[in-house]
Every structure is written in C-alpha cells, then in structure tokens.
Design a protein around this ligand. Structure first.
Ligand code: HEC
Length: 140
C-alpha cells in the first residue's frame, strides 16, 4: 500500500514536471519556423554575362593622360608656358576642366581658341574625350 502510493506520487510529480516542461517548450517554440523567401541571384546571370563582354570604360590613366602629354603639356605643363593659363598634368586638373578641354578641342580647325593651336586632332581622339566624360571621368 505504501509502495503503491509512493509510486503514484512519483508518477504524478514526474508528469507535472513533464507538463510544465512541455508547455514551456511549446511557448518558446511558437513562431520560430517562419522562413524568409529565398533570395535567388539566378536572375542576374544573363546581366553578368553581358557585363563580362562590355568594353572597359575610357579612363584618365590609359586613354586621356597620353593625349594630354602628346598634344597639350608642351604649353599646359607645370608650370604652364607660352601663355597657357593652367597646367593639365594630373587627373584633378584635367577632370575639373574636361568640358572646356572638349569644347576647345572640338572647335573647327583654325578657329580662334582651338586647342591645340597647331591644328585639330583626329576626330577619334576628340571622341575619346567625349566618351570619357560620358563614362563619368574615371581615373583608372
Ligand atoms: C602651343 C601652346 C598650347 C598648346 C600645345 C595647347 N594650348 Fe591650350 N592654351 C594655350 C594658350 C596660350 C591659351 C590661352 C588663350 C586661349 O584661351 O585661347 C590656352 C587656353 C586653353 C584653354 C582655355 C583656358 C580657359 O581660360 O578656359 C583650354 C581648355 C585649353 N587651352 C586646352 C588645351 C588642350 C586640351 C590642349 C591639348 C589638346 C591644349 N590646350 C594645347 C596654349 C596651348
């Protein structure tokens, strides 16, 4: 009799602890299974392919600096000579004056103020200046 009551009490105690434990777990677990929708990058694959094939941007170091060195710095050097008003020997100087540089280079051959004064450079060279401006004037 005594043993039966003891076992009954133990089972009762265990089931109370088990229930308490279960209800705590249930409470903690609620809402944990919500998953965010997958962020798939697959849709960008076609764009990546076209980017790989895109032409590199016109940049100062590779494209513009050589033009300035060949045609402009004989007067627009540091310091400027032959009455040239400023130097065009680094990225900051050239990028700040890019529009003026293009406008002077794009004047008709022999027009007053045309640069360089010795004669208009090839159209492909002037187009490179325009493309550099359109590309956002990257340094390299
Ligand atoms: C033979 C010397 C000489 C060369 C070479 C030369 N320039 Fe000039 N440049 C001058 C002189 C002098 C002036 C000032 C008179 C004037 O504005 O036309 C000037 C003015 C300029 C101006 C306008 C300045 C202002 O006040 O806004 C720009 C822009 C310019 N040059 C760009 C260039 C570029 C770009 C090249 C090369 C493609 C070049 N120059 C080559 C002598 C030269």
């Amino acid at each position: 009799m005594k043993t039966t009551r003891l076992i009954f009490l133990m089972v009762l105690a265990l089931s109370i602890f088990a229930c308490a434990s279960d209800s705590e777990d249930d409470f903690v677990d609620t809402g944990n299974d919500i998953e965010n929708p997958d962020d798939t990058d697959d849709t960008d694959d076609t764009d990546d392919d076209t980017d790989d094939d895109a032409e590199p941007l016109v940049n100062y170091v590779d494209d513009i600096e050589p033009i300035m060195s060949a045609a402009c710095v004989s007067c627009h050097g540091a310091p400027p000579t032959n009455g040239a008003p400023f130097a065009l020997v680094n990225f900051t100087q050239v990028s700040q004056r890019a529009n003026g540089i293009f406008n002077r280079m794009n004047l008709s051959n022999g027009a007053p103020g045309a640069m360089p004064p010795s004669g208009r450079l090839p159209q492909s060279t002037i187009d490179l200046i325009q493309q550099w401006i359109d590309d956002g004037k990257p340094e390299n």
